[in-house]
Design a binder for this molecule. Structure first.
Ligand code: FES
Length: 416
């Protein structure tokens, strides 16, 4: 008898032990990926890009997630729309370029023509009883928030956006994300399951052996104590780090930084995180020599030597210094493939001659190239018949938390 999707997930969850990595099929099975799409990926608000990519009416870009293609397009000054790239005639894709400008969306196959609001405007030689009004493009939920274009593929009503993300507004405002400009973008397609990409990003146990550039930009105690999340380090290390952190928070707050942390539990919908930390002593910015590669960002009047890590969900993260912000997009494409995109944002007022791009990208470009390799190696090893779930260290608490959140999305729990 064939195992149903529910039975498959229940069996895998029942075999997952707290403190151990997932069962092999969680990382390899197309059936699990299909379930992931239905229960997790397709239900979350995910950042598709920065609004500066669609500045003018008709500007568009394609956002690919799983086997879906979403056309993100500016309808007018006040409105950005998102549509599934599927013609309502016989299903051809409509846009084939990755980005461009289109006054109307014209299907290349038989020339059905859609407006920027998705309505079908023209369809040649159709029968008299054809209802144009019922054949508009399928819309995707979309919301622009502080310059970030979020999409949500849900067929049903998605999580209320403002209730989910409203409290992140002040820090995005302070960082000036809405008025930022893209200084650089990089693609790091990774042959690995999305859960491996996320787990790698959520722990810093691997930082010392794998990331010399990253470690050179951060104090050793910070790497051990905070890693990629407040709950990812050993308790003693966090305790000894806390007084220094508090002193920095007080200084930064006096300069205007909205100090606040978000560390959602696995019962939450999006597993959001906001963590703010001081940089390594003497380091103004996360660069090779610690000097700033660009002017101050956003509302700052002076540098406070801090950074933030903001996670909207496991699929979208921002890491931001006083002088630049990096948007990380982890987009699942198939069971064994994920897109990893990085966008470096600088203050919108910063001129090209004020931004030293090689200096700005030095640390995180190298780190993400290394992450691609180690994550692909992780996937290759997991494909072996000899893979067995392994024990997590004291520095991988955030991965354990992610596992619990992931299973919660299916109403499942690990074996205790
Ligand atoms: Fe688009 Fe025919 S499939 S017009």
């Amino acid at each position: 008898m064939t195992e149903t999707s529910n039975q498959l997930m229940q069996r895998l969850a029942a075999n997952t032990r707290v403190g151990y990595s997932f069962e092999q099929e969680f990382y390899t099975s197309e059936s699990v990926f299909k379930a992931d799409f239905e229960h997790v990926i397709g239900r979350k608000w995910i950042v598709a890009g920065h609004v500066s990519r669609v500045q003018n009416k008709g500007d568009y870009f394609l956002f690919r997630i799983g086997s879906e293609q979403i056309i993100v397009i500016r309808e007018n000054e006040a409105s950005v729309r998102a549509f599934f790239n599927v013609c309502r005639h016989r299903g051809s894709t409509i846009c084939s370029a990755e980005s461009g400008n289109a006054p109307r969306l014209v299907c290349p196959y038989h020339a059905w023509t859609f407006g920027l609001d998705g309505r079908l405007l023209a369809a040649r030689l159709m029968p008299d009883d054809f209802d144009k009004a019922a054949n508009g493009l399928f819309a995707c939920h979309v919301r622009v928030f502080h310059g970030l274009i979020f999409i949500n593929l849900s067929v049903d009503e998605p999580d209320d956006f403002d209730a989910t993300f409203g409290d992140m507004g002040p820090i995005l405002d302070y960082q000036g994300i809405a008025d930022a400009r893209i200084a650089h973008a990089g693609s790091y397609p990774t042959d690995a399951n999305w859960k491996l990409v996320v787990e790698n990003f959520f722990e810093c146990y691997h930082c010392v052996p794998s990331h010399p550039e990253f470690c050179s930009m951060h104090a050793a105690e910070s790497i051990i104590a905070v890693g990629a999340g407040p709950s990812s380090g050993p308790a003693e290390a966090i305790a000894s780090f806390t007084p220094k952190l508090k002193a920095w928070e007080e200084r930064a707050a006096r300069q205007g930084r909205p100090i606040g942390n978000i560390d959602e539990t696995p019962d939450s919908s999006h597993l959001r995180l906001l963590m703010q930390r001081m940089n390594k002593e003497g380091w103004a910015s996360e660069t090779q020599d610690g000097t700033a590669p660009a002017p101050l960002m956003g509302k700052r009047k002076a540098a406070d030597g801090g950074r933030m890590h903001l996670s909207f969900s496991p699929f979208t993260q921002i890491v931001a210094d006083d002088h630049f912000a990096i948007l990380f997009q982890f987009t699942p494409r198939s069971a064994l493939r994920s897109d990893v995109e990085m966008i470096w944002l600088v203050d919108g007022r910063a001129g090209a001659d004020q931004v030293d791009i090689p200096k700005m990208i030095w640390g995180y470009h190298a780190t993400t190239m290394q992450d691609k390799v180690i994550t692909e190696d992780n996937q290759a090893g997991i494909m072996s018949s000899r893979y067995r779930p392994g024990r997590y260290s004291d520095q991988e608490g955030s991965v354990i938390k992610f596992q619990k959140w992931y299973l919660n999305q299916f109403g499942l729990a690990r074996a205790e």
